[in-house]
Each structure stands twice: as structure tokens, then as C-alpha cells.
Design a protein around this ligand. Structure first.
Ligand code: HEM
Length: 140
């Protein structure tokens, strides 16, 4: 593994407890906060925010295992390495902030951050996938 991938893996693992903290917060709101249960839209989007943050952080770690195996140039390796973690920030940001108010009836403009994150995620995984397919078989 290259130093760039190892450093990013270390940072992602250090960030993972923030997702766990989010999970603990959701759990305590489900148990103790009737106003949280009274707004199903907010509850669904906040659950999605927590879920996407966690799953995309884990996917970012998995991707790092593969990036250094590709013959991609430095620029495209940077895209393959960083776009999944960037999506792991943009998508939850939209889910959480678009219904920040307890009585939100519809998502506000922050929801576009989720769509932007989805585009960034697609670019990241497609780059990594194409990069892996570009690699010629190893001769043993
Ligand atoms: C890396 C750590 C974690 C990951 C990857 C993760 C992932 C997820 C995912 C994918 C869901 C969505 C499940 C669904 O909607 O069917 C979820 C929901 C949930 N998680 Fe986590 N989670 C993590 C840590 C935690 C922790 C530490 C707690 C609390 C102690 C927690 C509490 C919850 C709760 C309460 C829900 C349900 C929320 C709701 O239904 O409104 N999570 N988590």
C-alpha cells in the first residue's frame, strides 16, 4: 500500500467513531425524544444520513485496498481514492441539514448536497472499476 492510501486509511478509521457517535445520538433520540418520532420524514432522512456516512466510510476503506493495484495516473488515482470519502461527507450532510428543523415538512436546498454526493460517488467508483479493468494480467 502506498503512503497516500495508508494515510487516508488512518484518517478514515479515526473518523469512524463520529458515525458511531451519530448512531448513539439517533438511538437516544428514538428512546427519549417524542418530537423526533413525530416527524417521520426527518427520522427517515437522519437514519439515511447515519447509514450512508457509515457505509460509505467503510466502502472508502475497501476502495483503498484496490487503488494502488490500478495503472491509473496520479490524478485519476487521487479521484479513485478521495471521491468516495468526499461522497461520505456530502450525502449525509444533505440528509441531515435538509431537515435540521424538528418541524420540517419537506427537505430544504441542502438536499442537493446529497445528489451532488451521489454524482461524486459514481465518478469515484467508476474510476476505480475502470482502473482495475485496465490492469494487464500479471505474468508469473
Ligand atoms: C461504523 C459504525 C456504524 C455503521 C456502519 C452503521 C450503519 C447503520 C446503517 C446502515 C443503518 C440503517 C439501517 C436501516 O435503516 O435498516 C443504521 C441504523 C442505525 N444505527 Fe448505525 N451504524 C454504525 C454505528 C452505530 C452505533 C455505534 C449505534 C448506537 C450505539 C448505531 C445506532 C443505530 C440506530 C439506532 C439505527 C436506526 C435508526 C432509525 O431506525 O431511526 N449505529 N446504522
Amino acid at each position: 500500500m502506498t503512503i497516500e492510501s495508508r494515510r487516508l486509511a488512518g484518517m478514515l478509521l479515526i473518523l469512524l467513531p463520529t458515525v458511531m457517535y451519530g448512531g448513539v445520538t439517533l438511538l437516544s433520540m428514538l428512546i427519549n425524544d417524542p418530537s423526533y418520532l413525530a416527524n417521520p420524514l426527518r427520522q427517515n432522512l437522519w437514519r439515511a444520513g447515519h447509514a450512508h456516512a457509515g457505509v460509505l466510510l467503510v466502502l472508502s476503506l475497501v476502495a483503498l485496498r484496490y487503488v494502488d493495484e490500478t495503472p491509473l495516473s496520479g490524478f485519476w488515482k487521487w479521484i479513485a481514492r478521495s471521491f468516495i470519502p468526499i461522497a461520505a461527507i456530502l450525502m449525509p450532510l444533505g440528509f441531515f441539514l435538509s431537515v435540521a428543523s424538528p418541524d420540517a415538512k419537506a427537505p430544504n436546498g441542502f438536499i442537493y448536497s446529497t445528489y451532488l454526493g451521489a454524482i461524486v460517488l459514481a465518478i469515484g467508483v467508476l474510476t476505480l472499476g475502470v482502473g482495475l479493468l485496465m490492469r494487464t494480467p500479471d505474468i508469473k
